[in-house]
Design a protein around this ligand. Structure first.
Ligand SMILES: NC(=O)c1ccc[n+]([C@@H]2O[C@H](COP(=O)([O-])OP(=O)(O)OC[C@H]3O[C@@H](n4cnc5c(N)ncnc54)[C@H](OP(=O)(O)O)[C@@H]3O)[C@@H](O)[C@H]2O)c1
Length: 306
């Protein structure tokens, strides 16, 4: 698979990240064969979080891949911390350090390639984050750092104190959840699409060389369901299916190609546990949607041009 540089870090990563939030739905043997098939297909970047199934997803993954030191450099592991489910968001140093130690234990490894802060903490003290990152880097427990669901000013605040580059920002983005894109098209208009909820975060990440990792690339709403082949989205599916016929690929490939076509050079995080869908996503690297085709899909999803 083709690779891109993750932000300003020294890490080269594949265009697709395999999200492991749903791996607990698989039986043991199915998890093993899914992970092995991902590796064989070149999808060797795995996204985790301490909260996925209360840590079970990290454990299942480590067992499925047969974690041992001799294979550790054959894949890239990213995990997240900062959500204390139904209680708070917590970016305090002690919490970050405890969370990483617990993830490393569950993943049966001694380092993460990437650590992301999962969701902004209203009480963040960036000096504490900086101290935590320094400790994790100095002890070799984490090699690269990033954030998730953060606005430009929140990242700027961290950047004032944190020495390490913020390499990635994981944000929700799909054809059917494209507010990050539509806000930029409705500048200075009076309609509600012009509300800039996220501080032009997509442009900010491009300016600062922060890799955007779109999460839930096949979902609409707050991961309410899949838009492909969904009768709720007839116009979108008609546009996607027409392009699937034109490029001789599946609708999954077209939906993934739509994200790859964006010049921000994003690294979408899939959630499928179906290896054929992973392969269909990887195939998106072999086609490049034309400018006009990209907009046909954008408009098919119900977006308008001002
Ligand atoms: N940073 C954050 O705040 C955040 C939040 C949520 C998720 N994430 C990360 O993002 C990853 C992806 O999230 P997601 O799982 O919501 O992403 P997704 O890839 O949009 O959705 C995956 C789900 O949709 C199904 N699916 C996908 N394509 C389909 C199709 N063509 N037809 C039928 N079903 C289809 C999959 O089922 P099958 O398995 O059967 O294919 C799976 O249940 C997660 O694993 C996690 O790593 C991050």
């Amino acid at each position: 698979m083709k690779t891109i540089r993750l932000g300003k870090s020294g890490l080269q990563v594949p265009r697709l990240a395999v999200g492991c939030m749903r791996i607990d739905k698989l039986e043991k043997a199915a998890a093993e064969s899914f992970i092995q098939a991902c590796l064989e297909a070149g999808a060797n970047f795995f996204d985790h979080a301490d909260v996925y199934a209360d840590g079970e997803c990290e454990k299942i993954f480590a067992n499925a891949i047969g974690m041992k030191a001799s294979i550790r450099d054959q894949f890239i592991l990213q995990s997240k911390c900062g959500i204390v489910k139904d209680v708070s968001f917590d970016f305090r140093k002690d919490h970050i350090l405890r969370s990483v130690d617990a993830s490393l234990k569950r993943l049966q490894t001694d380092y993460l390639d990437v650590l992301l802060l999962h969701r902004p903490d209203a009480l963040v003290e960036p000096e504490e984050v900086a101290a935590a990152f320094d400790h994790l880097e100095n002890t070799g427990k984490v090699r690269n750092f990033g954030v998730s669901n953060q606005k430009p000013m929140q990242i700027k605040l961290l950047q004032k104190f944190v020495r390490q580059p913020i390499a990635a920002n994981q944000l929700q983005l799909s054809i059917a959840y494209a507010t990050l894109i539509s806000q930029g098209l409705h500048v200075n208009m009076q309609d509600e699409r012009s509300f800039d909820h996220d501080g032009s975060v997509l442009d900010f990440c491009r300016l600062e060389d922060i890799t955007v990792q779109p999460w839930s690339p096949f979902q609409f709403g707050f991961f309410q369901g899949v838009f492909l082949d969904n009768p709720k989205f007839p116009k979108l599916n008609a546009a996607v299916d027409a392009l699937a016929a034109k490029y001789q690929v599946s609708n999954v490939t077209i939906a993934f190609a739509w994200l790859l076509r964006h010049p921000a050079k994003m690294q979408p995080v899939t959630g499928t546990m179906n290896i054929q869908r992973i392969k269909d996503c990887i195939k998106a690297e072999t086609i490049e949607l034309s400018h006009e085709d990209w907009y046909k899909i954008y408009l098919g999803a119900g977006n308008i041009l001002p």
